[in-house]
Design a protein around this ligand. Sequence first.
Ligand SMILES: O=C[C@H](O)COP(=O)(O)O
Length: 253
Amino acid sequence: MRKLLIAANWKMYKTPTESTAFLTSFFPLVKNIETAEIVLCPAMTSLTALVDAARGKSVCVGAQTMHWLNEGAYTGETSPTMLTAIGATHVLIGHSERRQYFNETDTTVNLKLKSALAHGLVPIVCVGEHLNEREQNLTADVLNLQVSVALEGIDAAALAPLVIAYEPVWAIGTGRTATPEIAEDAHKIIRTKIASIAGSDVANATRILYGGSVKPDNARSLCCLDDIDGALVGGASLEPTSFSQIIANATAH
Ligand SMILES: O=C[C@H](O)COP(=O)(O)O
């Protein structure tokens, strides 16, 4: 049985003060929810403050990206060692905005995934097709390639913490959510691919999140499906009430 994971990606929003103020309002709204793991991914400058504020609470804190090396002359980058040193536990890898604006590729995703696993960070690897790829019936090809390159050279035994987020690029920040059927189909493609690479035990244990215009009113219809194990939420995670409603609806029986 896979535990639901609901993650907030705050992108380039919220100062440290705003991030901890969010937690103050948000935590009382979700403290009795035990059926989901909750992860907040703030901007790098808010990580330390949020990790400190979340200590002792059932909320984890993750980064939105990282370099794969421990140190070096890489201006502006943050290493996995730096993240674990401040208490971050999760990291987003290969978000489509990183691929689009910062030249991340399937190859760098693979390097980052290996590094995150080696450092004990829970990796949330983002994959998803563009609208033109979907319109040309290339969704399965795109997802299969992204997953296979991401997992290249990694032992099945090391993949236990792996989380994948399926985020169709055309659904991100657009208000255009994938239908539950589209999302479930894509998740099945991803799980089948993981099984072919790492075996069915790993595939069945891997949590696959849906991301792309998740809101309180669609969280239930997405997260109740067999192959959808939670959500990666952007815009609707910026406000404590809407994010807590997403969690409540996603975990409702
Ligand atoms: O990481 C989150 C995704 O980019 C989804 O963002 P969104 O919920 O604003 O569409």
